[in-house]
Write a protein that binds this ligand. Structure first.
Ligand code: KG4
Ligand code: ZN
Length: 344
């Protein structure tokens, strides 16, 4: 009986609304997910990208449905929650405001603490959910807004080693998908048709190929593809498939090259890396995953990526990051203001 009281009174309620996924999660302090709901907004598809105003309004409507639904799923009452948290950046400012204001209001109403969570921290700690990685590990963050390489030394101790100087990898996939009239989000659509295409059909550029830094650039390849599309008299299914395959393959080549350079640099600095993690929406891509498995094996490392449902945006990773912060004694902050450009 005592155990049961302890169990149900140690809960974190998390809200994620940084972009076009509205998500809630309830996690107990032992790290068990009692409820997890992810609602992907469909009303952006016809625009070929996320419309911020539509996203904020949709978050407000969806949260009113999924907040009570998640409590029901976890078989608890709002009163049982000990900690509230929400993504406070980076992301779309209106969307961040909707989710964080709702979580802060619940915290105030129930006199409980509120933790602001960085979306990027949520992603880079996501492979640790029900999984052990040894620190320091290398995290390759691949989302619609970010392409970054981090050395994760410990919880709360992250070193940014390199990042994109222009478009993020997911953003470039979304833009190419739009150019090919495939729809949104572009990553899974490109992945699907790439299986039917020839990776050597088009010779695309490799921006920053000979740079010694760990930075990326994707806008040049996107421009090259856009010119290539204009040159075609007719965009047949075969051409679409070939462009998708060539583009995806080039992305893999770029990601592999920079990750290899990062591993070599860390080796020279005597870091013993045993785990590599690819995280974020793009990490759901099977070809990218396969390429990283091979690369990791070459360096005697394990490749970790969260389960598919935790690659894209979700509140489980926000709750998890909150739990890790709470455990190392970081204090809550109800007055934290959302920041669309929040850094890690
Ligand atoms: O992490 P995420 O869900 O949201 C952000 O934090 O941005 O990442 C979204 C990105 C989009 O650009 C989407 O096209 C891409 O992840 N993505 C994929 C795949 N599934 C989603 N890219 C490649 N292959 C996929 N299977
Ligand atoms: Zn994300």
């Amino acid at each position: 009986m005592i155990h049961r009281v302890k169990f149900i009174s140690n809960m974190i309620f998390a809200i994620e609304t940084s972009c076009d996924e509205t998500s809630t999660a309830i996690l107990n302090l032992e790290g068990k997910l009692l409820s997890h709901i992810v609602s992907s907004q469909k009303n952006h598809q016809k625009f070929g990208g996320v419309v911020p105003e539509i996203a904020s309004r949709a978050h407000l409507q969806i949260l009113q449905i999924i907040v009570p639904q998640s409590l029901k799923e976890a078989k608890i009452k709002l009163n049982d929650i000990d900690i509230f948290c929400a993504t406070c950046g980076p992301g779309l400012v209106g969307s961040l405001l909707v989710g964080s204001t709702m979580a802060k209001s619940m915290a105030i109403g129930h006199n409980k603490p509120f933790y602001p969570i960085n979306h990027l921290e949520g992603h880079i700690l996501s492979p640790l959910i029900n999984n052990k990685l040894s620190f320091p590990y290398l995290a390759i963050l691949l989302t619609g807004g970010h392409t970054q390489i981090y050395l994760v030394k410990d919880i709360g101790d992250y070193i940014l080693l390199g990042e994109t100087v222009d478009d993020a990898v997911g953003e470039s996939l979304d833009k190419i998908a739009k150019l090919l009239s495939l729809g949104y989000p572009g990553g899974p659509l490109i992945e699907k048709i790439a299986t039917k295409g020839n990776i050597n059909a088009f010779d695309l550029p490799h921006p920053l190929e000979f740079e010694k830094s760990l930075n990326f650039s994707f806008s040049g390849i996107k421009t090259a593809v856009s010119l290539l599309i204009k040159e075609q008299t007719q965009i047949t299914e075969k051409i679409k498939n070939d462009i998708a395959a060539s583009f995806q393959n080039k992305i893999i080549e770029i990601l592999k090259k920079r990750t290899t350079l990062a591993l070599e640099t860390l080796k020279k600095k005597k870091y013993n890396i045993k785990d590599i993690a690819i995280v974020g929406g793009v990490a759901a891509n099977r070809k990218i995953n396969e390429a990283f498995v091979k690369l990791s094996q070459n360096y005697n490392c394990r490749l970790n990526s969260p389960p598919l449902e935790l690659c894209g945006d979700n509140a489980a990773m926000i709750a998890w990051a909150c739990l890790q912060r709470h455990k190392i004694g970081i204090t809550p902050d109800l007055y934290f203001k959302v920041n669309p450009k929040l850094k890690l």
